[in-house]
Design a protein around this ligand. Sequence first.
Ligand code: NAG
Ligand code: NAG
Ligand code: NAG
Ligand code: NAG
Ligand code: NAG
Ligand code: NAG
Ligand code: NAG
Ligand code: NAG
Length: 418
Amino acid sequence: MKSSSILVTSLAGVSATLTPSYNTSSNSPVVVPYEYTYILPNGFVGNENYTFANGTTTNDPRINALLKSATQAPIVAYDAEFSNIFGSNPAIKLVQDRSAQDDMFAHEAGVWVPERNEVWFSNSPSQLAVFPGTVYVLSLDTGHVGPLNSSSKVRNPNGGYYFEGKVYFTSIPGPANDTYPGGIISVDVHTLETQTIVNSYFGLHFNGPDDIVWVYNPANRSEKYMFFTDLDFTKAAYPNGPSPMLPSSVYRWDPQNEILRPVISRNDLSPNGIRVTPDMKTLYVPDSSSVYESFPTGVGVNSWLGPFIYAYKLDEDMLPSSRTMFGQVRLGIADGIHVDDSGRVWTGESEGVVCRNSLGKVIGVLNGEYFLANTSAEATPIANFALAGDTIVVLAGTRLWTVQAEEVLVSSNSSKPD
Ligand SMILES: *[C@@H]1O[C@H](CO)[C@@H](O)[C@H](O)[C@H]1NC(C)=O
Ligand SMILES: *[C@@H]1O[C@H](CO)[C@@H](O)[C@H](O)[C@H]1NC(C)=O
Ligand SMILES: *[C@@H]1O[C@H](CO)[C@@H](O)[C@H](O)[C@H]1NC(C)=O
Ligand SMILES: *[C@@H]1O[C@H](CO)[C@@H](O)[C@H](O)[C@H]1NC(C)=O
Ligand SMILES: *[C@@H]1O[C@H](CO)[C@@H](O)[C@H](O)[C@H]1NC(C)=O
Ligand SMILES: *[C@@H]1O[C@H](CO)[C@@H](O)[C@H](O)[C@H]1NC(C)=O
Ligand SMILES: *[C@@H]1O[C@H](CO)[C@@H](O)[C@H](O)[C@H]1NC(C)=O
Ligand SMILES: *[C@@H]1O[C@H](CO)[C@@H](O)[C@H](O)[C@H]1NC(C)=O
């Protein structure tokens, strides 16, 4: 059987639930049948340096036209579950654009603060030498954007997480001529008082605290643990960054017993983002070894370690155990990661904001080519974003966007507002 007839057969099979479609005059998701991700007519040509839609050509003009429309659309769906999140013409708003200044003010964290209906985010650590590290606040009620006026400034903010009335930021150490150690800083969302939670491992600076999550013990919800990732990217932050003093690791802070210890070693991965499933039983940790442990940057195929998203079961002692692979990133790495209340896993990748359901199926993407188009930051992928109720805040570097969903992705009373 020729592959083209397989394709026709399988296309007929899905057409009842999912018809390839696109409408360039609306924000309507472009629907690309999931089959195209694993079977194409023989003779197709792929390019690992470009997105799936942009880098794939076949000898079927209908497929090429559909993929071309997908390169221009804000939302690409591979599964009806994803198009249903957005409906036929979701509102997409450019809230602020600083591309003229090349100020990548919207790059990291992406924390919804439900009490204030605000999203707190931070600027790109790669521009620290030009634009000082800043936490910005977007009010989802008024659209106002301004720097966070906390009791003291959170220096070099990176990732963040909301937990029980505080936002916890990872903060990266200062450059070689500056003793600022970085660490984990909390900000009370009512008083805006800051507090340093950890800043040292036996007198050594962390390398570059990156992302953070709080987890309850599902067997006893008064037991809480803070996990954070630490990786060596200060070289990307400063031209003469300090050399790392510690191996890259995932650390766990146990406030009950006041114990700080690494719980996942660099033998496993160079961790980046970190999040937990709604049932608090599984940690997701993307590996960014392909970028941060083997300069210069190469595509995944060139690196022994890889652009994978791992799932670790949390055992009864709330320690990560039994690692399985959850996802393989097609382009770039998975950077920021968020889990919605349905257990879908959203990651910032070079394709854009990629969404996998809890089975690990890629169901769609907020297309990076659309949100980054025509900016000088175009070469820098979307690193992070926020899930805020029924709104997705896309941190597209020099541009700040909101995308309206038709369902609440993370509710304000969720155990893990994200
Ligand atoms: C495309 O979307 C616009 C705006 O929602 C709508 O008016 C138009 O009818 C749609 N066209 C098609 C072919 O669906
Ligand atoms: C992708 O980029 C790499 C590095 O520049 C290059 O070696 C490779 O040939 C490119 N792949 C294609 C299909 O062009
Ligand atoms: C899309 O592919 C073309 C080559 O066909 C390339 O020049 C362009 O940079 C790609 N766009 C993006 C955003 O990667
Ligand atoms: C913080 O204070 C400055 C100066 O008053 C103001 O411009 C900015 O909007 C404030 N930030 C927020 C989030 O309101
Ligand atoms: C460190 O060096 C930079 C660049 O030379 C300079 O701008 C900065 O003020 C210095 N910082 C300190 C704390 O000396
Ligand atoms: C639950 O955890 C708290 C905090 O560690 C502890 O004080 C309490 O005894 C635990 N409860 C049970 C039933 O183990
Ligand atoms: C990017 O530029 C193209 C060509 O000028 C234009 O059609 C498109 O609307 C621009 N996109 C954005 C998001 O500004
Ligand atoms: C959270 O709120 C939603 C609707 O706002 C409601 O359906 C749900 O039951 C609430 N969950 C809890 C745990 O209170």
